[in-house]
Design a protein around this ligand. Structure first.
Ligand SMILES: C[S@@+](CC[C@H](N)C(=O)[O-])C[C@H]1O[C@@H](n2cnc3c(N)ncnc32)[C@H](O)[C@@H]1O
Length: 298
């Protein structure tokens, strides 16, 4: 039998399999020996890694979601409302009133004797809630120049209440903050908002009933929680994007005196605020009521 005859012989299934395997191995060896193949392999591995680690739908587990939504469960033992101011003075201001010796000489010429402004700062909601709750401690998250805080101080005084108002603000305003109408001087990058707020509190004769916590909302509320300082009224009016409002509302709720305390806030018209308020209300079984531009949880 010559070689041509042999080739025309039908191959057995075992031979077919062997031949296919040999051809496949040859192709793999040829591919692996080319540098281009390594580059393609590297890109494929990178894309797979990226997809599995950075895409939230692929990487976020139930415990991640739980982590995102877990805020402190327990705050400290409540301090008596008459000790709220002293607690803050001791923890933050080295045991003395931040208004002692205010304004310092170098700051005096930089401040306006009279300049206050806010947004909905004198709204009827403040009178409604102060009448209803008769608060001994109010916590305000987002104070700016103190317009709403001094308004609340006047309302509580009118009712003969002995109320301490704790104002939380980093006194930075917001990125790009600059008041074109009546701006404060910018001193080495400091917009002097805290000093003008203090000046406004002095002008309103309210420095005994108002004290500030000049920190970010989350850290200041964390401090109050640790020290056991709770509010009968807690107002949220800091940044209005969803994530800020969501975090502020959750932290603020921890320092709300329950069950009688009321949590409320400004700028319900902002989409981020509205979304955060409704998710929070749904999760905690509250109704949302609207009073002017404010939301209230009941
Ligand atoms: C709308 S203004 C508050 C107005 C004030 N409630 C009133 O009616 O007069 C918002 C304030 O929140 C402060 N703020 C924004 N985000 C903050 C944050 N994460 N921590 C502390 N303060 C913040 C800003 O500095 C600004 O003064």
């Amino acid at each position: 039998m010559n070689s041509e005859d042999r080739e025309q012989q039908p191959l057995s299934p075992a031979h077919h399999h062997l031949r296919r395997r040999n051809n496949y191995m040859k192709r793999v060896e040829a591919a692996v020996s080319k540098p281009k193949a390594y580059v393609v392999l590297l890109i494929a591995v990178f894309i797979l890694g990226y997809l599995s680690h950075s895409h939230p739908l692929l990487s976020q587990t139930a415990s991640d979601v739980h982590e995102h939504n877990s805020f402190p469960e327990e705050c400290g033992q409540p301090v008596h409302h008459r000790d709220v101011r002293r607690t803050i003075e001791e923890r933050v201001f080295n045991g003395s009133s931040p208004w002692a010796g205010f304004p310092p000489e170098h700051v005096k010429p930089l401040l306006w004797q009279e300049w206050n402004k806010g947004w909905g700062s004198n709204a009827a909601v403040f009178e409604h809630l102060i009448d209803q709750v008769r608060p001994k401690t109010i916590i305000e998250v987002g104070t700016f120049l103190g317009a709403s805080a001094t308004h609340m101080a006047a309302l509580t005084k009118k009712l003969g209440l002995e109320t301490q108002i704790v104002c939380i603000d980093d006194f930075r305003g917001w990125p790009g903050y600059y008041d074109e109408e009546k701006s404060l001087k910018m001193v080495n990058g400091d917009s002097l908002l805290m000093y003008q707020f203090m000046q406004n509190v002095v002008k309103a004769n309210a420095s005994e009933s108002i004290i500030m916590l000049p920190f970010s909302a989350a850290t200041a509320l964390g401090g109050l929680c640790d020290w056991g300082v709770y509010g009968d009224l807690v107002e949220v009016d800091a940044a209005h994007d969803f994530h800020s409002a969501w975090v502020d509302i959750n932290h603020a709720f921890k320092v709300l005196k329950r069950p009688r305390g009321v949590l409320f806030g400004h700028d319900y018209a902002w989409e981020g605020v509205r979304k955060a308020v409704h998710i929070f209300a749904r999760l905690h079984g509250f109704q949302v009521r609207i009073d002017g531009e404010h939301w209230i949880l009941y």
